[in-house]
Write a protein that binds this ligand. Structure first.
Ligand code: ACM
Length: 625
């Protein structure tokens, strides 16, 4: 009797878990119909590649590897599928709505059936199937809930950018980053390979780029306030990718339906290149690879003055010879159609003072630094196009005019992208407002505070297609991970997820499917999936949001939480809050005494997330901001 009750309970638990599994898919599919069927995945099941296509077979093998690591002994076989089987096939006649990346997935009692027009669609179907199976090492048996899914992406560019210059990430780490993004149906990895703090790609014809440019002196403490290198100090922090490394990563990405867009950021952000070849700057002074020193004065509104020259000299023909060499090797390594050339935040001050730049401006009737940069970008576009590639750059490349056939990545809001689309350029939206996942995601007392914030909820509001813009020009959207404050892969995951889930859904799912309450509840489920895979993910969405203001001379605090169904409890007497200390019900007037406000979130009677603790003094400061 007792054993029976136990097994009944187990079935009940399994049923409860599996009944909701389809609801937890990120990004939300176009359509999901649930059924009461269950497919039991166990060692007796094999994966049948019905269409004899080598790419499909490779995708199936890869998925079989994932299942085996998790304890499900599923092999890839050919021939007539057994009664109970997983089958993969390419559609005999093209289903136009599905396009190249869409798929259908049906789970019934005996069969898991995946179909698509192209192997990329089958890859995506398997990522959905993966989310229907428990993460982490299982017991060798799992129930997959019955369903019929029809799914395809809203945009064709679904990207994440990783900056490997500010901090270096090894080839293996980059692969891990790519592996996880592919599971959420991203298809573009934008690899920010060069910047002031390190040149990370081997260029065989310019060996000093990596001999010198890939290494900087070791420094600790916050970026942008570190001491300059001492005379003769060895440069020991850094690294770079050889051509072999890059080919390996490109192939690894391709096997996961990911195209890599390499970025070599010019004419600004070039201090590492100039440390190797200072003759390519206007002053030709020796430079060092920046270890995170203060390098600029910021005046707000995007205006700044560079303290050290980090721009290439657009008036020097040697610069274009250099770029020919760099981009011909880059083009030979990356099979994708786009090369990103940066173009952002190029400081024109040194150009304006330089006689060779002034002479060039006079000769070509260029009236200011923007037009001089435009002259430079047009020459870069020719170099890129000569390699049979399309140029894409940050939205500054629009200023002063941009040649046809070049694409724009809009980061300073959506405006640059809107202007570019109106001029007939292809656009990728990655605005700071919704897509800068290096921004602080929770309370500044808990996180590494940087100069701007981006909560999960705000990231979820990302809508890449502005009203009134012809959709054919909007390729898609992307989130960017700048790594000044991200020294490790573990922290890169913490910053990327779950906000990249919000990006994934914004670029894959129909806008009618987007719903914050529904999304954030799916995110909670993926917290457990990340835990099961020992991956880091931020749970900042649990944390209370603490706002303070002065009202009639009194300090008043309001508390909220972005996660629906969450209560907030607090104390003012230095004790630790929990579900039994006072519950927040409205604005709190903080006594005029040296008190500390401590707050926690509570769900289902249990504290979740982290405690925030702020002294009255800190709250007064917050009220003044
Ligand atoms: C950028 O964030 N400077 C593109």
């Amino acid at each position: 009797m007792y054993r029976k009750a136990c097994s009944f309970l187990l079935v009940l638990i399994l049923t409860t878990v599996s009944a909701h599994a389809q609801d937890n898919i990120i990004p939300a599919p176009v359509s999901v119909q649930k059924t009461s069927a269950k497919f039991v995945l166990d060692g007796s099941v094999d994966m049948y590649v019905v269409t004899p296509d080598p790419q499909v077979r490779q995708i199936a093998q890869q998925f079989s590897g994932v299942l085996k690591e998790r304890g499900y002994d599923v092999d890839v076989v050919s021939g007539q599928p057994a009664t109970r089987a997983i089958t993969l096939s390419l559609n005999a006649s093209r289903d136009a709505e599905l396009g190249d990346e869409g798929y259908t997935l049906t789970v019934d009692q005996n069969q898991v059936t995946l179909a698509a027009n192209r192997p990329a669609g089958l890859f995506n179907a398997l990522q959905t199937l993966r989310q229907l199976i428990p993460a982490g090492k299982g017991s060798g048996t799992a129930e997959i809930p019955g369903c019929t899914i029809r799914d395809y992406p809203r945009f064709k560019w679904r990207g994440l950018m990783l900056d490997v210059s500010r901090h270096f990430f090894t080839k293996e780490e980059v692969k891990q980053f790519i592996d996880v993004m592919a599971q959420y149906k991203f298809n573009t990895f934008h690899w920010h390979l060069t910047d002031d703090n390190g040149w990370r790609i081997e260029i065989k014809s310019l060996p000093k780029l990596t001999e010198v440019g890939a290494w900087r002196v070791e420094r600790h403490g916050p970026f942008n306030s570190r001491p300059d290198p001492k005379p003769g100090e060895p440069a020991t922090y850094g690294g770079f990718y050889t051509h072999e490394d890059i080919r390996e990563v490109v192939q690894y990405a391709a096997e996961r339906n990911i195209t890599i867009v390499p970025e070599v950021d010019v004419p600004g952000h070039s201090m590492a290149a100039l440390a190797a070849y200072p003759e390519l700057s206007t002053r030709k002074e020796p430079k060092f690879v920046n270890p995170g020193t203060a390098f600029a004065e910021w005046y707000g509104d995007g205006k700044f003055k560079m303290l050290v020259e980090n721009t290439l000299n657009p008036a020097d023909e040697k610069v274009y010879d250099f770029l020919e060499k760099v981009f011909s090797e880059v083009a030979s390594l990356f099979p994708g159609p786009f090369i990103h050339v940066g173009g952002d935040e190029a400081y024109h001050g040194f150009w304006e003072e330089d006689p060779s730049c002034q002479a060039l401006m006079k000769k070509h009737k260029l009236k200011d630094g923007h037009e001089l940069q435009s002259y430079f970008m047009k020459r870069v576009a020719k170099i890129i196009q000569k390699q049979g590639k399309k140029m894409i750059g940050w939205d500054e490349i629009l200023e002063g005019g941009l040649p046809k056939g070049t694409a724009v990545m809009s980061w300073r809001g959506m405006e640059g992208g809107i202007a570019a689309a109106k001029l007939g350029h292809e656009v990728v939206m990655s605005p700071t407002t919704y897509a800068y996942i290096d921004y602080t995601q929770g309370d500044h007392s808990l996180e590494i505070p940087i100069y701007a914030d981006l909560s999960l909820k705000k990231a979820y509001e990302f809508e890449p297609l502005p009203e009134g813009i012809d959709p054919k020009f909007i390729l898609g959207g992307q989130a960017n991970l700048w790594t000044e404050h991200i020294p490790t892969l573990r922290h890169a995951f913490y910053m990327t997820y779950p906000r990249a889930f919000a990006t994934a859904e914004s670029v894959w799912s129909p806008s009618s499917k987007k719903n914050w309450d529904n999304f954030v509840n799916r995110v909670l489920h993926h917290f457990d999936r990340f835990d099961a895979e020992s991956l880091n993910i931020s749970r900042a969405v649990y944390d209370p949001v603490v706002r303070a203001k002065m009202e009639d001379g009194k300090l008043v605090v309001t508390l909220s939480c972005e996660l629906p169904g969450t209560d907030i409890h607090y104390t003012l007497d230095r004790t630790f809050p929990d579900a039994f200390t006072p519950k927040y019900t409205g604005p709190i007037t903080i006594p005029d005494a040296p008190v500390t406000l401590k707050v926690v979130s509570v769900r289902d009677g249990k504290t979740v997330g982290r405690m925030i603790s702020l002294t009255r003094e800190e709250l007064v400061k917050r009220a003044g901001r």
